[in-house]
Design a protein around this ligand. Structure first.
Ligand code: ATP
Ligand code: MG
Length: 408
């Protein structure tokens, strides 16, 4: 991909999500695995496919909202019914709760979508006349990388509440894609559904362009000779590579993460798929755009800050057997350090023979400036990650890697 193409709207964005991820999924033994049918995987050759929709009676659907834009709300919440979207692979699967009932409902117009890097979140290009471009995050009970990608009431509730909460964050470099609407169908103790994620970052900032962080460093599967977008960005802007990557690409992620966890107790999972770089028309990095708020929460930090805890089953020290510092280590040392910063550092080493220790040292200093009391929340000498086993029910084990933290 050529850097100039990043300015080419939805098609460019979807291309990065799908094809600019060569050698990006190497961070765990499960990262490259997927039980999804090949035609629905992001790397497939199929440009798009259709989601099934049904017109579900309003009485059967629970709606979750965090200030959605009116036209999106109107598209899904109709006077007599809710337009309920189901992935085609799930629509034709057996053993899915409520599916027989859904099969019996009147069909709505299908929605044409393209997969994004997470597979179960798909992009709807929309059109000026109908509905603004947006994403749908779907119930997809198949294992994709480590986890089975169900989307239950709890996940939907927490994602929408997380979106509502992040509206309070005001930081120059912070932006987010809100999961501003969610729907579940039917009763029972654990219904499933889908989320509507807006495609325009908030707070609103006029004309900007997004690059998923992994597409900054990954290879382009369709254009093997193109250098990584990060290298093209450095050349175009004529900047000193090391200080640019540290100050404009890495530290802003760390800065947003530390602010959100310290002020609001939300442990954003800033790995390379959950953060996007927002640039302006002159290719200047402007903000880090966050997505995916179905994450762990430090309820104690929220109470100290005078905030309520409107989340279900996702509080560390209550809903998980693993101590707080293990979760902080997982989200910072692994998701941000190993699954993002390590890859950016590789580009600096490969293209600019950067001194890895110097890069790390600068990030470590930034970390301690923003997290001066980090002793309270992190293990001093080691880091924690998932064990190398797949457990039923999306259960997981955190284990001591015996590896020292490299980015703090
Ligand atoms: N470079 C990458 N780093 C991390 N995950 C990646 C990367 N590229 C693709 N992925 C995929 O993205 C997903 C990351 O999981 P995660 O739980 O953050 O997302 P999700 O909840 O499925 O969807 P979304 O981020 O759209 O809300 C996995 O399916 C993983 O295989
Ligand atoms: Mg994600």
């Amino acid at each position: 991909m050529k850097l100039d193409d990043v300015l080419h709207g939805n098609d460019a964005f979807v291309f990065m999500e799908r094809y600019v991820d060569e050698a990006a999924r190497t961070y765990s033994p499960f990262a490259g695995k997927s039980e999804v049918a090949p035609e629905y995987q992001p790397r497939s050759e199929r440009p798009s496919f259709e989601l099934v929709t049904v017109c579900a009676p309003g009485t059967q659907v629970s709606v979750f909202e965090a200030d959605p834009v009116t036209r999106l709300r109107q598209y899904y919440v109709r006077p007599e019914s809710v337009l309920f979207a189901v992935h085609p692979e799930i629509w034709s699967s057996s053993g899915i709760d409520h599916l027989d009932e859904l099969h019996g409902l009147p069909r709505g117009n299908p929605i044409r979508v393209a997969p994004t890097a997470s597979t179960r979140t798909v992009f709807v290009a929309g059109g000026e006349q109908e509905v603004p471009a947006h994403f749908l995050k779907l119930h997809y009970p198949r294992r994709i990388s480590r986890f089975n990608r169900r989307l239950r009431r709890k996940n939907i509730h927490n994602s929408v509440e997380g979106s509502r909460d992040l509206e309070q964050v005001r930081r120059d470099r912070f932006a987010y894609l809100p999961d501003s609407l969610g729907f579940t169908y039917g009763g029972g103790d654990n219904p499933w559904g889908f989320l509507v994620r807006e495609a325009v970052p908030r707070p609103y900032q006029g004309e900007r362009f997004l690059i998923p962080y992994f597409a900054l460093y990954a290879g382009d599967l369709k254009h093997a000779g193109h250098p990584p977008l990060l290298v093209q960005l450095i050349e175009r802007l004529g900047v000193e590579p090391m200080s640019f990557v540290v100050d404009e690409i890495m530290v802003p992620v760390l800065d947003c993460w530390a602010a959100v966890v310290r002020e609001r107790g939300i442990l954003l999972e800033c790995h390379a798929q959950n953060v996007l770089l927002e640039i302006d028309r002159d290719f200047r990095p402007r903000r880090v755009v966050h997505r995916d708020f179905d994450v762990w929460v430090d309820a104690e930090a929220r109470r100290r800050a005078g905030l309520d805890v409107p989340f279900i089953g996702t509080c560390i020290e209550i809903d998980t057997p693993y101590p707080k510092e293990q979760h902080y280590s997982l989200t910072y040392d692994r998701f941000m350090g190993r699954e993002l910063f390590d890859y950016l550092l590789e580009v600096l080493k490969r293209f600019y023979t950067a001194d890895a220790d110097r890069v790390r040292h600068q990030v470590v200093e930034a970390f301690h400036r923003r997290f001066p009391d980090s002793d309270c929340c992190f293990p001093a000498q080691t880091t924690f990650y998932f064990s190398n086993e797949l457990l039923p029910g999306n259960d997981f084990r955190l284990i001591d890697t015996k590896e020292a933290p490299e980015w703090r």
